[in-house]
Design a protein around this ligand. Structure first.
Ligand SMILES: *Cc1c(COP(=O)(O)O)cnc(C)c1O
Length: 384
C-alpha cells in the first residue's frame, strides 16, 4: 500500500501547476495526501507518515475507520439527502446520543464549525434579547462573517470590517477585565476551554469557573466553543468538564463525524429555535448523521485510554516542556517552529505550527503507544 506505483499513480507536478493556476491560493501547502488508514497517511510519492495533525483534530477515529466507512456506505445506498422538510433517519438518535454524552438538552446540526457558531450567536440573541458579545484575545471561532466578528485575530478579521455582531475582546485568563467588559448588553461570552488555533493555550480551571460566575452575574450566556477541544480530544466529551462548569450553549464540529462535514449546536433545555428561526438545506443530513453516530460509538470506547496516551506523549517529549490535556498537546518553539515541522515531515511525521511559534499535536485518538514513541523520537531529533 505504501509503495509507489501500487494504486497511486499521481502526477504531482501537473497537480501543483493546476492548483497554482486554477485554485485560489488561500493556503500554503506542499504535500499531497492520497491515502489514510488509522494514524497513518501516504502522500502522492508513496511516502508514509504518522499523522499528528489528523485534518486539524478532525480524524479522531483515525483515517477511514472501517465502521465509519461502513456506516457512510450503507447509508449512501439507502438515502443521501432528503431535506429537513422531512424527518431524517438517524438525526434524533444522534441528537439524543450527543446531548446524553454532554449533559445538554437539545441539539441542532450544521455543516461546519463556523456555521455552528453562527447558530449559537443567533440563539443567544434570541434568548437574551441582547445584541453584543464578548470573546477572548487570540481566540478563534471561524471565518464566516458572524464567527469572524467574534474572532480576535486582527489580521484575519480587520480586512472584512464592518462586521456584526459587535464584540469586545478580553485577555484570555483576565477575569477582572472580563467583569468590567460584560454588561447588560452582552448576549453571550464565547469561550474556548483551551485555545486551539492560538497554540494549545490552557487556562486555569478557576478562570473557566470565573467566566461562569461573570456570565451569571450579568445575565449573559456562556457559549462554549468545543469545536476543536470537544468529543474526546482532551479525554472527556467536553473539555469544559475538566473545570466542572456547565455551559449554556456548546458548539461542536471537527471531530464529530470523522471528516464528514458536520457541526452541532447543543443547548440547555430552555434555549431553543422555534419554527423558521433557523434552518439549513444540508445540515444533519442522513450521511452526516450516520458518520457521526459511528464516530461517537468509537470515541466512547477510546475515551478511557486518552489521558494515559496523552501523558505518555508528554513524558516522551518532556524536553520541550509540553502542555496539554489528553491528545491535545502544544509546546512553544518560536521562530524554529516551521523548520521543526519541515524536519518532522521529512522524517515521516506530520505536525502543525499553530499561531505564535506554537507546535500543536492533535493526533487521531486511535494512535498507538508504539506510534507515539516513534513520533516523540522524531520530534526530539528534529529539535537538535
Ligand atoms: C476550527 C474551529 C472553528 C471553525 O470551524 P470550521 O469548521 O473551520 O468552520 C471554530 N472554532 C474553533 C475553536 C475551531 O478550532
Amino acid at each position: 500500500m505504501n509503495k509507489k506505483g501500487d494504486n497511486m499513480e499521481f502526477d504531482t507536478k501537473t497537480f501543483k501547476e493546476n492548483d497554482a493556476k486554477y485554485y485560489m491560493q488561500a493556503f500554503s501547502r506542499d504535500i499531497m495526501i492520497v491515502k489514510g488508514k488509522g494514524s497513518k497517511v501516504w502522500d502522492s510519492n508513496g511516502k508514509e507518515y504518522i499523522d499528528c495533525v489528523a485534518g486539524i483534530a478532525v480524524c479522531s477515529t483515525g483515517h477511514c475507520h472501517p465502521e465509519v466507512v461502513k456506516a457512510i456506505c450503507e447509508q449512501a445506498h439507502e438515502l443521501i439527502h432528503c431535506s429537513n422538510l422531512y424527518y431524517i433517519p438517524g438525526q434524533s438518535d444522534l441528537a439524543k446520543e450527543l446531548t446524553g454524552y454532554t449533559s445538554t438538552s437539545k441539539a441542532f446540526f450544521s455543516n461546519s464549525g463556523a456555521e455552528a457558531m453562527e447558530g449559537a450567536l443567533k440563539l443567544a440573541r434570541l434568548a437574551t434579547k441582547r445584541k453584543n458579545f464578548v470573546s477572548f484575545m487570540h481566540g478563534f471561532h471561524g471565518r464566516t462573517m458572524g464567527a469572524l466578528a467574534v474572532t480576535h485575530k486582527p489580521t484575519i478579521r480587520e480586512p472584512f470590517e464592518p462586521l456584526e455582531p459587535k464584540c469586545s475582546y478580553v485577555e484570555y485568563g483576565d477575569l477582572e477585565s472580563l467583569r468590567k467588559t460584560v454588561d447588560d448588553t452582552t448576549a453571550g461570552v464565547l469561550l474556548e476551554p483551551i485555545q486551539g488555533e492560538a497554540g494549545v493555550i490552557i487556562p486555569s480551571p478557576d478562570f473557566i469557573r470565573g467566566v461562569r460566575e461573570v456570565c451569571d452575574e450579568k445575565g449573559a450566556l456562556l457559549i462554549d466553543d468545543e469545536i476543536q477541544t470537544g468529543l474526546g480530544r482532551t479525554g472527556k466529551w467536553l473539555a469544559i468538564e475538566h473545570s466542572g462548569v456547565k455551559p449554556d450553549i456548546v458548539t461542536l464540529a471537527k471531530g464529530i463525524a470523522s471528516g464528514f462535514p458536520m457541526g452541532a449546536i447543543l443547548a440547555r433545555d430552555d434555549l431553543e429555535f422555534q419554527k423558521s428561526e433557523h434552518g439549513s438545506t444540508f445540515a444533519g443530513g442522513p450521511l452526516a448523521c450516520a458518520a457521526a453516530r459511528a464516530s461517537l460509538r468509537i470515541i466512547n470506547d477510546l475515551l478511557p485510554g486518552i489521558p494515559e496516551k496523552g501523558n505518555l506523549f508528554k513524558e516522551l517529549i518532556s524536553s520541550c516542556s509540553p502542555r496539554g490535556l489528553g491528545l491535545m498537546i502544544g509546546f512553544t518553539l518560536g521562530d524554529k517552529c516551521p523548520l521543526v515541522q519541515k524536519r518532522c515531515a521529512e522524517a515521516g511525521v506530520l505536525v502543525n505550527c499553530a499561531a505564535d511559534g506554537n507546535m500543536r499535536l492533535v493526533p487521531p485518538l486511535v494512535i498507538t503507544d508504539e506510534e507515539i514513541r516513534t513520533v516523540a523520537s522524531v520530534i526530539n531529533n528534529s529539535l537538535k
